[in-house]
Ligand binder design. Structure first.
Ligand code: ZN
Length: 229
């Protein structure tokens, strides 16, 4: 099992690690700062030793992480290497991921999907188009950002989560469970959600946002897309 360092400290940019397994171009480490694709957030890129990491995915076992190396890399079990993420890219993911928590608090409707990229992010809501005002959403989001809300994570048991279904707002994304426990992201007074992603410490770090567009993607999917202003 890989020690997921990003889960306790999303600001860690690098770590020393030992290769524990190699599957073709994918390596597993004993510990990692690389976030694997999940919950709408892309997998990290970066370097492990002399090689580029092109993408990061979850492995089959719980808490296993596959670092997809550039073709031609020659890692071997037992190698001790430095692992470093592309921090600028990850930090943008953290800002936009935290922004989606705010968006979910501003638009009071069931969330049917979501996705984060480096320069934009969206949530899909099961709601009527008339209920979504670009100006209003933008104003409320930026107010929450300027109010400098702290964020923090906590853990609860899977049984506790099952008893509190309101903690899972995104119906299509089941939160990851680690040894029966589920991670919560709390923005006190604003939002409380089961979430395994990486977030900024304070909403002010997101920076000013704009609503790029609001578009219907189907009867139950009204998509609100955010960009950095
Ligand atoms: Zn999150």
């Amino acid at each position: 099992m890989t020690e997921l360092l990003f889960r306790e400290d999303a600001y860690l940019r690098s770590c020393d690690a030992t290769v524990v397994a190699v599957h073709g171009d994918a390596v597993e480490l004993d510990r990692t700062v690389f976030y694997p694709l999940g919950g709408g957030q892309p997998g990290d890129t970066g370097t492990i030793g002399p090689w580029r990491v092109l993408d990061t995915r979850k492995g089959e076992a719980a808490d296993s992480v596959l670092h997809m190396l550039e073709p031609g890399a020659t890692p071997a079990p037992g190698m001790k290497l430095a692992a470093a993420i592309d921090w600028e890219r990850r930090h943008r993911h953290m800002r936009l991921h935290t922004a989606l928590h705010l968006l979910g608090a501003v638009v009071r409707a069931p969330v049917t999907g979501g996705r984060i990229a480096e320069d934009k992010a969206h949530l899909d809501f099961d709601v009527e188009m008339e209920a979504l005002s670009k100006e209003q959403i933008e104003a409320r989001l930026n107010a929450l950002i300027e109010e400098r809300h702290e964020t923090r994570s906590a853990w609860i048991s899977g049984a506790e989560l099952d008893a509190r279904p309101e903690l899972v707002k995104t119906m299509s994304v089941a939160p990851p469970r680690s040894e029966g426990a589920v991670r919560l992201l709390e923005i006190p007074g604003v939002d409380l959600q089961a979430c395994g992603g990486t977030h900024v410490r304070n909403t002010s770090e997101i920076g000013r946002l704009a609503v790029a567009r609001i578009r219907s993607e189907g009867r139950h999917n009204k998509r609100v897309t955010l960009v950095f202003a």
